[in-house]
Design a protein around this ligand. Structure first.
Ligand code: SF4
Length: 163
């Protein structure tokens, strides 16, 4: 069984904190002669969770765990026009677990779909924070639980002193 554990519906990003100084995506794009700040929707991978093989089965199998936006940030402002379609895809694939990567937790409430209610079982928010002030932004997740609850959230923190 092939495990496709990454889904990148768009590529490129803008730096949002000191934690982005050594962004791996920017590094890899530079190696390829590309510009990581050029944000574009994926031509072939945008609907990856809905793609089927020649037998008519989903290429991403039920129960798989998929990290979303390893080459960007799921809550990137520039991706606002595309995000609703990705919610639709994740709604259709409620049998797959999606980890939404972001360094922009403050944008979560305004970007959630209208039928979010108490949160979706198959969605985990994955916030990466490198500096204390980035961590402080993530406290908004807790505040927002009252109006827009999240079922699951992971905070990945590797701390450095604020510059
Ligand atoms: S949010 Fe992530 S992908 Fe975007 S610039 Fe920062 S480290 Fe890179």
């Amino acid at each position: 069984m092939i495990t496709r554990d990454i889904w990148n519906p768009w590529h490129g990003c803008t730096k949002v904190s000191e934690g982005c100084d050594h962004c791996y995506m920017y590094f890899l794009d530079r190696m390829r002669g590309q510009d990581g700040s050029r944000i574009r929707r994926s031509k072939t991978g945008f609907d990856l969770p809905l793609k089927k093989d020649r037998h008519g089965d989903y290429k991403i199998h039920s129960g798989e765990k998929i990290r979303v936006c390893m080459n960007s940030d799921f809550f990137l402002k520039e991706a606002d026009p595309w995000r609703q379609q990705t919610w639709d895809i994740m709604r259709r694939r409620s049998d797959v677990i999606f980890f939404l990567l972001t360094k922009r937790p403050e944008r979560v409430p305004e970007c959630l779909p209208p039928d979010w209610r108490q949160g979706w079982e198959n969605i985990t928010l994955y916030v990466t924070a490198g500096y204390v002030h980035t961590l402080e932004k993530t406290s908004k997740i807790k505040e927002n639980r009252h109006s827009k609850p999240l079922k699951y959230a992971i905070l990945y923190a590797k701390f450095f002193e604020n510059p």
